[in-house]
Design a protein around this ligand. Structure first.
Ligand code: HAM
Length: 400
């Protein structure tokens, strides 16, 4: 899945960035919002030997922004398109689809405020999910306005939710004080229906933000990318502005977001860089695997299988077997060779188990004739091929 994803990312001109697993905790506390759950409850925080407070990265965006600024890429005036693949850590209670160590594939684009950049990023997300066999996911998008819109939005939402205070859960009562937008994220049925009845946060977005959202939607329509506008999508991190989105795969249970992201036009400036606009998303790879299994209705094995097994008839021949296998690898043919003193029958059983298509053997008898025996597992047929042509013959048989 990862190697296929890399190919898709390259189609769109993204380059890989690798950030450290451990960073100064301020990288996250300052960017994600100090009141956010991910910071208050889910970060693995500890002091290193030098007494510095560090954190295991809970997500990738903050680290990528930190790296961007440190490298001066925020000052180039151009577009920077980056992706990352790797483990993230959140101290949440584990359940189906929620792990303490999980893997994200993330994408971040810096330097464009265009709504068409949002559309392109969503096209990439859609293609990645389709290629991964999770194309049944539903893309939900929303407009949460810009920083200037936020005070009015928060004020109006506070007024509305205060009228329903008695029916909100404990957590949402706190959210009401800190960030009422987050009430839309609550999983409790009662809070959800109260939020559902509220005015759409997007109605307090300014003209510029509305126009931005409309243009992004028009581009999605033009590209034929299906989506739903869902005003309950507000995202759990502080840094978002304007377009936000989630890809949801029905049937994964409570943790059904397989990817999410949005625009974050203020974050680079807030973290000390040039105020370059940005947009990105991250996919949860474990959840994609779950979705994949659901769609295929079978367990998907992603490991690339060796195609050829090089067997040996006596222990003394094992080094020669190694040389035969290396000759195949030299030509890009995946193979495994026997290295243990095991009877041929056992070796063939192993080859069968791995799904090898061919088995190659060169024992004493073959060596004196300068040939290699090539067995076709499925057809239960075998041929002797001259030593100087056997690699070509293997290639031919595999292609045919
Ligand atoms: P996020 O929504 O926190 O966003 O995570 C993105 C995805 O990671 C989720 O949709 C989910 O699939 C997966 N995920 C999150 N937590 C877990 C977990 N505990 N176990 C398994 N999978 C999980 C971000 O992280 C943002 N940095 C995305 C972004 C990039 N926004 C802009 N750029």
């Amino acid at each position: 899945m990862e190697s296929r994803a890399r190919q898709v990312l390259e189609l769109y001109g993204y380059q890989e960035v690798r950030t450290p697993l451990i960073e100064d905790s301020a990288v996250f506390t300052r960017s994600l919002g100090s009141a956010e759950e991910i910071v208050t409850k889910q970060m693995y925080l500890f002091q290193d030997r030098g007494g510095r407070e560090v954190a295991l990265r809970p997500e990738g965006t903050a680290s990528v922004v930190r790296a961007l600024i440190e490298r001066g890429l925020d000052k180039t005036g151009g577009l920077t398109r980056l992706y990352y693949l790797g483990p993230m850590f959140r101290a949440e209670r584990p359940q189906a689809g929620r792990r303490r160590q999980f893997h994200q594939l993330g994408v971040e684009v810096f330097g464009s405020a265009s709504p068409y950049q949002d559309a392109e990023v969503l096209a990439l997300l859609t293609r990645l999910l389709r290629e991964a066999g999770a194309g049944a996911a539903v893309l939900k998008i929303n407009n949460i306005g810009c920083r200037q819109d936020r005070p009015e939005m928060v004020k109006r939402l506070k007024e509305y939710f205060k009228g329903h205070l008695d029916h909100l859960c404990q957590e949402c009562k706190l959210r009401l004080e800190k960030n009422p937008l987050r009430i839309f994220d609550c999983k409790q049925e009662r809070c959800r229906s109260i939020a559902h009845e509220s005015n759409k946060p997007s109605q307090w977005a300014c003209g510029g933000c509305r126009e931005h959202f409309d243009k992004a939607r028009q581009a999605l329509d033009l590209l034929g990318i299906p989506y739903e506008v869902d005003h309950q999508i507000v995202r759990g991190l502080d840094y978002y502005t304007r377009t936000v989105f989630e890809a949801v795969h029905e049937g994964l249970g409570a943790q059904n977001a397989i990817g999410a992201g949005g625009r974050y036009d203020d974050l680079v400036g807030q973290m000390g860089g040039e105020p370059v606009p940005a947009v990105g998303f991250a996919l949860g790879l474990e959840r994609i695997l779950m979705a994949q299994e659901q769609e295929a209705k079978v367990s998907v094995s992603s490991a690339k299988r060796p195609q050829v097994f090089v067997a040996t008839v006596s222990p003394a021949e094992i080094p020669k077997g190694l040389a035969l296998a290396e000759a195949l690898r030299e030509k890009g043919i995946a193979c495994v060779n026997n290295v243990d003193d095991r009877p041929l029958k056992r070796q063939l059983e192993q080859a069968e188990k791995w799904g090898c298509v061919l088995v190659a053997i060169q024992g004493e008898a073959e060596r004196s004739k300068k040939v290699v025996t090539v067995k076709q597992m499925a057809a239960r047929a075998q041929t002797e091929v001259p030593e100087d042509q056997w690699v070509e013959k293997v290639k031919e048989l595999l292609a045919g």
